[in-house]
Design a binder for this molecule. Structure first.
Ligand code: ADP
Length: 478
């Protein structure tokens, strides 16, 4: 029941109005019950009876109980109120009857005849617990006159019935009409943008994307914005998955085609001589190696991205690590006729996986060598800034266009595939792997470059704190 937002809104309005009307009605009735103005007529008549009786009593002696009795009975007959006269001790001197109703009265009673209080009466509960109104007036010689009557209940109900019921009903109907108008407006403000949002979300689920309109109340606008953002990310992620599959297939297809071709040549006898056979076997071996490297790289990347890569962290001497990497490239540097400079300096120890960090710097320097023309320069430098060390590898290669600078850290992204030939041709996984390794060390990697003026790769790594337990273990081992 009432599962839709619209139904719930309407229901809550109806309930709100009902509660309001009920509490207003109750408030009015309670204030009427407690307020004397509704009983004015009765009070007026009581006061009148009281005045006439006082006047009549003044003509007789107070000890003449028979005369007093006659007066109160006559007045009671005329007015339909009960009357009684009390002597100074509080005993009944004369009464119009039904005196059994009076014992609940406790003396001294309140004298209600003061001028300022002419329109109010006092009340008490009789032995049947019925509320009764009374007026009390002092007579001569310490006697009292009491005029009393049950609280006129019928009058109140009639009043509510005649005077209050229809306004309450009318205001209820008006409130209902207002509720319908507010309901329609609220439906436009709240439910309708939500309905549109639901349709858009459904379209996203079935793959036909539809942007959610950003409208309605602030919270709903924020929700629409978040959903749009989320759907953008979902689309990007499914796009990147599609790209990934197509890239992997493409990268596997090339070596597989070669392997298949040369295996075929061996089988059908095209490659017969020992040289051609050797050449075919060599190609098959190389291409299989390429496939193996690709699969290993993908596996490493997947593990690093999932956070399941097993990093062997310990204290790493950065000076030594970088020196070893630079030394590895000595031959290639000479062959490429470039210069690779690394000025050893007092770098701090960091906590990390030495082999993985070697992989990072090897990949960056390898790329720099690939792109730096003969006569060019590759410079390695490092500075320590407070608790971090920043290592930069600058080359004098062609540089990287601003739009490619972020993208080269994406899987399989290569700025210009046609230029990536040669035996050491990469597939665009080196930098993404490097980035994941650096992130796993709590650091960061980025590139600064001006096309035509070379590129500088920057790696930021946190320096080991002196209280680092891994470092202490390592130092103890030494
Ligand atoms: P790969 O080297 O296997 O192509 P990487 O992820 O290492 O893949 O590099 C991605 C791309 O970034 C390269 O293909 C190249 O286009 C670009 N790149 C990397 N380093 C440099 C550099 N020093 N100068 C110019 N371009 C570079």
């Amino acid at each position: 029941m009432a599962s839709s937002l619209r139904a719930r809104l309407w229901l809550s309005y109806a309930l709100l109005i009902l509660v309001l009307l009920c509490s207003m009605g109750t408030g009015i009735v309670v204030s009427l019950v407690n307020s004397p103005w509704l009983y004015r007529q009765v009070i007026m008549r009581m006061r009148l009876t009281e005045a006439t009786t006082v006047q009549m009593v003044s003509t007789v002696a107070m000890g003449d109980t028979a005369a007093l009795d006659q007066i109160v009975k006559a007045q009671a007959d005329q007015s339909a109120f009960q009357l009684a006269i009390f002597d100074p001790s509080g005993a009944i001197a004369a009464s119009s009857g039904q005196t059994n109703l009076l014992p609940a009265l406790v003396f001294p009673l309140q004298d209600t005849a003061s001028d300022s209080d002419l329109w109010s009466v006092a009340s008490f509960r009789d032995i049947n617990h019925q509320v009764r109104f009374y007026t009390l007036h002092s007579l001569k010689d310490g006697y009292y006159l009491l005029v009393e009557t049950p609280r006129p209940r019928a009058q109140l109900i009639t009043f509510i019935d005649n005077e209050l019921f229809s306004p309450i009903i009318i205001s209820g109907i008006l409130a209902l009409a207002l509720m319908i108008v507010i309901g329609i407006l609220m439906d436009r403000w709240v439910s309708s943008p939500l309905r549109k949002m639901k349709d858009s979300a459904r379209s996203l689920a079935v793959g036909t994307y539809q942007a959610i309109p950003v409208e309605g109340p602030q919270e709903i606008q924020q929700l629409a914005q978040s959903l749009n953002e989320m759907s953008k990310q979902v689309r990007e992620s499914s796009q990147s998955q599609r790209d990934f599959v197509s890239n992997v297939s493409h990268e596997l297809k090339t070596p597989l085609t070669s392997i298949q071709g040369f295996a075929q040549a061996i089988m059908d006898g095209t490659a017969q001589t020992p040289e051609t056979l050797h050449q075919a076997a060599e190609v098959i071996y190389k291409e299989a190696g390429r496939m193996n490297r690709l699969v290993l790289d993908l596996l490493t990347l997947a593990r690093l991205e999932a956070g399941t890569a097993d990093l062997q962290k310990s204290g790493v001497d950065l000076n030594e690590l970088l020196k070893n990497v630079v030394d590895k490239f000595a031959l290639q540097v000479r062959q490429n006729q470039v210069s690779l400079m690394w000025k050893e300096q007092g770098l701090p120890t960091i906590i990390g996986d030495g082999d993985r960090l070697v992989q990072v710097f090897t990949n960056i320097i390898d790329n720099a060598l690939k792109f730096t023309p003969a006569g060019g320069r590759i410079t390695l430098s490092a500075i320590q800034k407070l608790s971090q060390v920043i290592i930069s590898i600058a080359d004098t290669g062609p540089g990287i266009a601003p739009q490619d600078q972020k993208r080269i850290f994406e899987r399989f992204y290569q700025v210009d595939k046609s230029r990536q030939g040669g035996a050491r041709r990469g597939v665009g996984l080196g930098l993404p792997i490097a980035r994941q390794i650096i992130l796993a060390h709590g650091g960061d990697i980025w590139v600064e470059s001006q096309p035509g003026q070379g590129s500088t790769f920057m790696v930021r790594l946190p320096v080991a704190r002196s209280d680092d337990t891994t470092l202490q273990v390592k130092l103890k081992d030494l």
